[in-house]
Write a protein that binds this ligand. Structure first.
Ligand SMILES: [Ca+2]
Length: 74
């Protein structure tokens, strides 16, 4: 595999990953009441998010900001 092929593959993979992310849960989909924070009750849609909630809530506000949600591994 030459370097240009590798770069092309990486680009395709990056594009595919963004599509997968788009197909997953977005912050705005989870923020049902639109207050800019994901509360534990809103997070209940995703068991993976509930599992990571305390870890993601770095400021311990009991809600996830968009910045905190960005670290969520779906
Ligand atoms: Ca909310």
């Amino acid at each position: 595999m030459n370097i240009p092929t590798t770069l092309t593959f990486a680009t395709v993979l990056a594009l595919f990953s963004s599509v997968v992310m788009a197909a997953g849960l977005s912050f705005h989909e989870l923020d049902v009441d639109g207050n800019g924070l994901i509360t534990p009750s809103e997070a209940e849609i995703s068991s993976a998010l509930i599992e990571q909630f305390a870890q993601l809530d770095s400021d311990k506000s009991d809600a996830l900001s968009p910045r905190e949600f960005a670290r969520f591994k779906q």
